[in-house]
Design a protein around this ligand. Sequence first.
Ligand code: GRF
Length: 198
Amino acid sequence: MSDIRKKLKLAILISGRGSNMMTIHKSCQDPDFPAEIALVLSNRPDAGGLAYAKDHNIPTEVVDHKEFSSRDEFEAEMHNRIEPYKPDLIILAGFLRILNAPFVKKWPNRILNIHPSLLPEYKGLNTHARAINDGKTESGCTVHYVVPELDSGQTIIQKRVPIFNDDTPETLEKRVLEQEHIAYPEAIKLVANNILSE
Ligand code: GRF
């Protein structure tokens, strides 16, 4: 048996602090983890996660959506900047732009997203406030494949957390985020191992 373990290349797309990207990066330090980060791309030049990526010698790209007059042009440029890194998977980690069908269809079954609710409940924004307002006793996060319809692709992994009577959107967000940091590396490992065994 060969000692050289194949690793899939990840392009991670962020818009902000990038805590999910950081936990994925930590998982990638494990020699048995089947993936490595080839690129961190942000649509915001001031995204906090870019500094972490640079500090850890991860290649970064910025494609500022504000510089484009249409979403299709923005996404075409993103594709041009991602493609040279030849990623096997595109990982949306707090990437706060909706992706149009032409971009999504270029990477069939190769784009993953993490969403802070138990999909199909609470697609879209303000998931924690909506769950609390509805009197739910449970929430969580979902890692799923990305399809052109928002937050609708096949679920890969879900993690559940309780909602307590005195929860605010902030306290619930913190509890869910802890689970996101477990769920995303697990989901990437699952998907990458499936691809590697194809
Ligand atoms: C996470 O809650 C994720 O579920 C949502 O945006 C947040 C990103 O956090 N899509 P971070 O940038 O990974 O810290």
